[in-house]
Design a protein around this ligand. Structure first.
Ligand SMILES: [Zn+2]
Length: 110
């Protein structure tokens, strides 16, 4: 990886961290306890609860992703950054840029 590519990747990760953090904020807002408000009716309340569990799953996923992104950015200067954890081959730059939190090449991840 060239230093220019590394810089590009760093910026991509920082953007993704920012996006993920704002998504986490949104999900937290949407996973607030559902008020037992009789006015919204039983069906809407069921909907709200269903949506809530979907949002909670999305929140957990976003939090895990944020951790992976932060780990990726902290390791970007390591010699083994961008090396597949399984086959030890370099992960293609395009894949790293699209999914900087991936630690495996496309072949090993599938
Ligand atoms: Zn691999």
């Amino acid at each position: 990886m060239t230093s220019q590519e590394k810089q590009e990747l760093k910026e991509a990760i920082e953007r993704k961290i920012k996006m993920t953090k704002s998504a986490i904020g949104d999900y937290k807002e949407m996973t607030k306890p559902v008020a037992p408000d009789v006015a919204i009716g039983r069906i809407s309340r069921m909907d709200a609860i269903n949506n809530k569990s979907v949002m909670e799953a999305a929140l957990r996923e976003a939090e895990a992703k944020l951790k992976r992104l932060e780990k990726a950015i902290s390791k970007i200067d390591d010699d083994d950054f961008g090396i597949c954890s399984q086959c030890k081959q370099p992960i293609p730059f395009g894949r790293l840029k699209a999914m900087p939190d991936s630690t495996k090449c496309m072949k090993c991840a599938s």
